[in-house]
Design a binder for this molecule. Structure first.
Ligand SMILES: [Fe+2]
Ligand SMILES: [Fe+2]
Length: 348
């Protein structure tokens, strides 16, 4: 059912004169709709580069959701209370669901889920680098909710207005759930800060010290160094620039940190009266590119876990396929028998 856009891909392959004219008209109509802030549906004509960019972005996003289940999955058996354990389980299941909505959205562009997963498992596809950092103590789970999901929300709310409608629709539901993720993380940290021991408060501060800078990197390179940004803004895929989103995130979280009673590990963090924003220090882009390039603390471990989960689940996929074939055969047999009965009745 997701192959409906294939016909438009085939049409783009033509190179004769009438087709060139037709494509120019289609391109003009596409540009007009984008300029007017409109939406593109799966069956609509779209430039190949727009399609490719979306497949890359949506599949990277889907991969990030499912790889993002791993660092937190580490803590399900060690959550401090039954309440925290059930919240964490629900959140991890949500992330799995986000991955599924997003793979389905990518499939509307004419790519198969198997191809996308192959690219992830072979290490060809990227996912958010933040998940290549380790979760060393329970406070890390709270900080992931507060800061990592918080940064994800900043990035994702504008995507609810992305010009590709199936992606935008998926993001509306994803964002509602992300907001719960962020609040459960903050709530877990607040409990440790307000009712915890000195050791627990120190654990929260330690987790923030390790996660703060990688979270600022989640918004991607500075606008001037971001290769895809300008074109994505032009296409209405991206609505707000990396640097603006990062600034919004800093402004929102510094205040939340004050309520929590923690500090950010940045001596240059200070309120700028003139700009009406928080100034912050230099991001270590060498670290960012090193982790993106595969050399973070957990890159190999995460990928190995994903591949193992995929291999271990092979019997489930095989059983589901066999079950579906059996159901289809049973339905076909029942229909044939019914057809036979009708013929006999008519003959009598
Ligand atoms: Fe998510
Ligand atoms: Fe989340």
């Amino acid at each position: 059912m997701y192959t409906q856009s294939m016909d438009t891909m085939a049409r783009e392959g033509g190179d004769n004169a009438p087709r060139v004219l037709e494509d120019a008209a289609l391109q003009a109509r596409f540009d007009e709709r984008i300029d007017a802030g409109g939406f593109i549906e799966a069956k609509d004509w779209m430039p190949q580069d727009y399609r490719k960019t979306l497949i890359r972005q949506i599949s990277q996003h889907a991969h990030s959701e499912i790889v993002g289940m791993l660092p937190e999955g580490n803590w399900v058996t060690r959550a401090p209370t039954l309440k925290r354990k059930s919240i964490l389980l629900a959140k991890i299941q949500d992330e799995g669901g986000h991955g599924l909505y997003l793979y389905a959205a990518a499939e509307t562009l004419g790519v198969s889920r198997d191809e996308l997963l192959d690219a992830l498992h072979s290490g060809k596809a990227k996912y958010s680098s933040i998940f290549n950092y380790p979760t060393l103590n329970w406070a890390d789970v709270g900080v992931i909710g507060w800061l990592v999901d918080g940064a994800a929300i900043m990035n994702q709310v504008p995507l609810c207005r992305c010009s590709y409608a199936p992606y935008a629709r998926a993001m509306i539901r994803v964002c509602r759930e992300e907001s719960f993720h962020q609040r459960q993380g903050y709530d877990a940290l607040l409990a440790m800060m307000e009712q915890g021991t000195d050791a627990q408060r120190a654990m929260v501060q330690d987790a923030i010290n390790r996660w703060w800078w990688p979270c600022l990197m989640m918004f991607g390179p500075h606008d001037a160094d971001s290769t895809h940004s300008a074109q994505s803004m032009r296409w209405g895929i991206k609505r707000i620039s990396n640097d603006d989103l990062r600034q919004k995130f800093v402004d929102a979280t510094v205040q939340q940190a004050q309520v929590l009673g923690v500090t950010m590990p940045d001596p240059d963090l200070r309120w700028n009266e003139e700009r009406q924003h928080w100034d912050f220090g230099k991001i270590d882009w060498d670290e960012f590119w090193r982790v993106v390039g595969g050399d973070g603390a957990c890159n190999r471990e995460r990928l190995a876990m994903r591949v193992k989960a995929w291999d271990d689940g092979a019997w489930v996929r095989e059983a589901a396929t066999a079950h579906a074939a059996k159901q289809a055969a049973r339905l076909a047999a029942a229909q044939a028998a019914q057809h036979h009965d009708t013929e006999q009745l008519q003959a009598a």
